[in-house]
Design a protein around this ligand. Structure first.
Ligand code: ZN
Length: 281
């Protein structure tokens, strides 16, 4: 079997043609595998997915894919821009990545999986990517899966934070406490960050949330939780950054944790700044 055929089967993305393969020196003293690819079929708008006429062609760009052994793997393509009646002139759609990403979907899904089991340092070191890239990838992963979330089933949430850039920046993660699935993420860890979550899910979904496990030291007054009538009593919960006792109380599961099998194990894990071993996103 030809190397191009092997590569196409391994990549397993739809509507993708594989060209030449080559090795290049990478930034870590090794060799990276570069696979030339291009989208197959008529060009589509990357925003709405409709078939569109071509407009022009962009310079070659790369997407980081899952490593092959010790070798980093990159897909390389010169994409076209298309002229969409609805969206204007935009880059064409590809099956292996989102329009603004420099990583393939498979790579991003792995980051999402690891984020539920490792801290950001481990992810950044293992995958050899920048701190900031972990955060932006997680935001895209969560956004992709949010469309599949049945908010009528979300009644208990866990709110946690991941630090990055040597602790100067934080990413807030909201998970379904029962299924363990990550529901939402956003850079920051303030009350405003959490408020944004409640604003986005809407009043109906807020009203169904009856329990919350919080592990955010500088969240301040949890004004966002006040959006849910059934969580009114949690409003006065104030988190003191330098008060360990307050940290414990902040991590408590408001109202009854007994009804939620993941709650106690999540509490055991929260001090280590690692998330409870939740299922895959
Ligand atoms: Zn469009």
């Amino acid at each position: 079997m030809r190397a191009e055929s092997v590569a196409r089967r391994l990549l397993s993305f739809r509507r993708l043609s594989v060209g030449k393969l080559r090795f290049e020196a990478d930034d870590h003293g090794g060799e990276a595998l570069v696979i030339e690819v291009k989208p197959r079929g008529k060009a589509r708008c990357s925003r709405c997915g409709r078939k569109c006429p071509g407009y022009d062609r962009l310079k070659t760009r790369r997407w980081r894919h899952l490593d092959f052994g010790a070798h980093q793997v990159y897909l390389e393509a010169a994409l076209a821009r298309v002229e969409c009646d609805r969206c204007g002139v935009v880059v064409e759609q590809v099956s292996w990545a989102e329009p603004d990403s420099r990583f393939t979907l498979h790579f991003e899904e792995m980051v999402g999986w690891l984020a539920q089991r490792c801290d950001k340092t481990a992810i950044s070191t293992l995958l050899r990517i920048a701190w900031r890239s972990v955060g932006t990838i997680l935001e895209r992963v969560v956004a992709r899966h949010r469309a599949e979330i049945d908010w009528t089933q979300v009644t208990a949430i866990a709110v946690d934070e991941l630090s990055f850039r040597k602790g100067q920046h934080y990413l807030t993660l909201v998970s379904d406490l029962q299924s363990g699935r990550i529901l939402w993420s956003r850079e920051g860890r303030s009350a405003a960050t959490l408020e944004a979550f409640f604003s986005e899910i809407g009043a109906e979904a807020c009203a169904r949330i009856r329990h919350a496990a919080i592990d955010m030291l500088s969240c301040g007054t949890l004004t966002g939780l006040g959006r849910s009538p059934t969580m009114e009593r949690s409003r006065s919960c104030r988190l003191a950054p330098d008060d360990l006792a307050a940290q414990d109380s902040a991590a408590q599961v408001i109202e009854s944790e007994a009804a939620h099998p993941h709650a106690s194990s999540w509490r055991r894990g929260h001090r280590g700044r690692t998330l409870h071993p939740f299922p895959v996103v």
